[in-house]
Design a protein around this ligand. Structure first.
Ligand code: FAD
Length: 301
């Protein structure tokens, strides 16, 4: 099923994210380790798929396709074995035309219908490492449009860290959307007002594609404080207090993080943001608890 159909039906929906194991060398011991990691990840997927989310997304390594074939294989497992629509991520920062064509063939052979077109992160303080034909995600969108996939792209309610002005970043998102996107998914944010203001600016700028809100239930307080300091994500005082008080207590932080994300999602649904993507980071217990809290709002699919 295409994600464009899911977002078009207007009902509140929850989707979840998993990441596949990294590719390793072809040595027998590395191959065994990779297969064992894939088997564990499939257990995670089974547990999340049992919740009947709207879809499950599968991330892609930025550097040289460190997960490429595993992204495709895991997305195929989500769809074919678990019966849940899959969204395969794909990055272009280290790709060229041949690599992109190879991935497209693999995705098509696997029966995948949805692709999230991303640039991926450039290594810090270096020249753009890849093929200049794929300098930005918009280049990947242009390469994939016409291939029959439902295409998504990323957007950043607080602006992408490399872009000094939010207005310029929004102009780039608009260019990407007009190149052929069916939907956008946001970076995490912890204050819904940040999203509401961003959506207003996107719409004013003429970006009309549906936007899926990305929510991260934080269960490791110290780690998120570091990530947010690096990415410039705004941490509201209420959230900071939770991290300060419970950050060193994993059991308490899990409860508090799930409760905070649940409240955020209820508020998003209540204010007309129908589709929420939860960054579950291969932790089915988080997905189970979020779905348990919200099953009356989203129903089952
Ligand atoms: P782009 O859209 O190319 O934007 C990157 C920067 O370039 C922005 O600052 C933008 O303003 C600027 N820009 C865009 N177009 C132009 C232009 N024409 N001229 C000048 N500047 C321009 N990373 C992974 O490695 N794997 C994943 O699976 C993954 N999944 C993600 C999922 C979501 C929902 C999100 C929000 C991010 C994800 N990322 C992932 C991270 C993402 O790859 C990085 O944030 C990356 O730095 C930017 O990717 P992008 O697709 O937004 O790039």
């Amino acid at each position: 099923m295409k994600i464009s159909e899911i977002v078009a039906d207007g009902r509140p929906s929850l989707s979840f994210e998993v990441f596949p194991p990294k590719r390793r060398s072809a040595s027998p011991s590395d191959r065994d380790a990779e297969q064992a990691a894939m088997a564990r990840t499939k257990d995670v997927v089974r547990a999340i798929a049992a919740l009947r989310p709207a879809f499950i997304s599968v991330t892609y390594g930025a550097a040289g396709g460190t997960t490429g074939a595993n992204t495709c294989a895991l997305a195929q497992f989500v769809q074919a074995d678990c019966g849940v629509p899959a969204l395969a991520h794909m990055t272009c920062v280290a790709a060229d035309r041949a690599k992109v064509a190879e991935e497209v063939r693999g995705f098509r052979a696997a029966g995948l219908e949805n692709v999230l077109c991303l640039r991926g992160d450039c290594p810090p303080d270096t020249e753009f490492p890849g093929d200049p034909a794929f300098r930005h995600a918009v280049d990947l969108v242009r390469a994939l449009r016409g291939e029959g996939f439902c295409l998504g792209g990323a957007c950043y309610p607080e602006g992408h860290p490399e872009c000094a002005h939010l207005a310029d970043d929004i102009a780039h998102v608009k260019e990407k959307a007009e190149a052929g996107l069916d939907f956008l998914t946001t970076q995490m944010f912890f204050d819904n007002n940040v999203l509401f203001h961003y959506l207003a600016r996107l719409r004013t700028a003429g970006v009309t594609v549906p936007v899926i809100a990305g929510v991260m239930p934080v269960t490791n307080g110290r780690q998120i404080a570091r990530i947010c300091a690096l990415s410039g994500t705004y941490l509201p005082p209420r959230f900071r207090a939770i991290v300060d008080r419970f950050g060193d207590d994993p059991v308490a932080m899990l409860d508090a993080g799930v409760a905070y994300a649940t409240e955020q999602i209820v508020d998003l649904f209540a204010n007309g943001v129908a589709n929420v993507h939860v960054y579950t980071m291969n932790k089915p217990e988080i997905a189970v608890r979020i779905m348990h809290n919200l099953h009356g709002l989203v129903g089952s699919r």
